[in-house]
Write a protein that binds this ligand. Structure first.
Ligand code: NAD
Length: 268
């Protein structure tokens, strides 16, 4: 079992949704939490609402999609706190649009934030994570191991996370570093505000919410419990577990069932 008392936990996308709930969950366990987000004011609000101690937390403005921003910020974090014990790659955006109608720039943006962002942050923290026998956590999705209609770019980014982190796990295992991939089903967060349409504009409110919608607090609890137990993958909700099983062993059946659920959002 891992314990987080006094550990330095850096969380990307910490200003909202699952990231903010993870800040609460790790700080409750006595961790020093570093909130990294594009929106530093919203990150500061999360910190204030939770009443985080200034010695045990810090907020930084950082764009995971920008290598320079990531390098500069991680250098500042390491200078101030001395190490990073846990890196949570949570920042992410999505799109809802069919591939044939989607501008390439939308797909590039989603992959740049979700996949390259994770690669940049992990590269910036890896030496410290190895030195502290730390842990890498990343937010995947059902779309990280099974198809999700209308999200080719999102799915490519999340499948990419599995390829990247499962291979990295095999390299860092000998240094005592754990890697956890978390795949929740649909969660009620602000992700709609960061979901793009075919032209890269905000998609709007018609989000596909298939199955029971989870709360960010529940998802964060499940992630931290799995991290404590040094799990490799956590599928959060019965729907996510079923999706993993059915898509692996009955892929054609899965495709039909998923299509029937999701196609509604494309009916004008
Ligand atoms: P959210 O929109 O509520 O929060 C995302 C946070 O990331 C925001 O604070 C935003 O400012 C930040 N962010 C976005 N782009 C960034 C960038 N370039 N650099 C730094 N910060 C950036 O979304 P959420 O639902 O909490 O999503 C968190 C993660 O969970 C994402 O990786 C998402 O793919 C994953 N996820 C979400 C759901 C869901 O249904 N909400 C389901 C499965 C997986």
């Amino acid at each position: 079992m891992r314990q987080y008392q006094g550990k330095v936990v850096a969380i990307t996308g910490a200003a909202s949704g699952i990231g903010a709930a993870l800040v609460a969950e790790f700080s409750r366990r006595g961790a020093i939490v570093i909130l990294l987000d594009l929106d530093p004011k919203a990150a500061a609000r999360v910190s204030d609402t939770l009443g985080l101690d200034r010695d045990k937390s810090a907020c930084f403005k950082m764009n995971v999609a920008d290598k320079r921003s990531v390098d500069t910020t991680f250098r500042q974090v390491l200078k101030r706190f001395g190490r990073i014990d846990v890196l949570v790659n949570n920042a992410g955006i999505s799109h809802i649009s069919k591939f044939a109608e989607t501008e390439l720039s939308v797909l590039e943006k989603v992959i740049q934030v979700n996949l390259m962002g994770t690669i940049y942050c992990t590269r910036a923290a890896i030496a410290s994570l190895i030195a502290s026998q730390g842990q890498i956590i990343a937010l995947s999705s059902i779309a990280g191991f099974s198809p999700l209609y209308g999200r080719t770019g999102y799915s490519a980014s999340k499948y990419g996370l599995h390829g990247f982190l499962e291979t990295l796990r095999s390299e860092v295992r000998e240094h005592g570093v754990d890697v956890l991939l978390a795949a929740p089903a649909f969660v009620r967060t602000n992700i709609e505000k960061n979901t793009l349409n075919e032209q890269g504009k905000v998609y709007g409110s018609k989000k596909a919410l298939a199955g029971k919608v989870l709360t960010p607090e529940f998802v964060a609890q499940q992630i931290v419990r799995a991290a404590e137990r040094q799990k490799r993958l956590v599928c959060i909700s019965p729907m996510a577990k079923t999706a993993r099983f059915v898509s692996k062993f009955f892929p054609a059946l899965y495709e039909r069932l998923m299509y029937r659920k999701i196609i509604r959002e494309f009916v004008k």
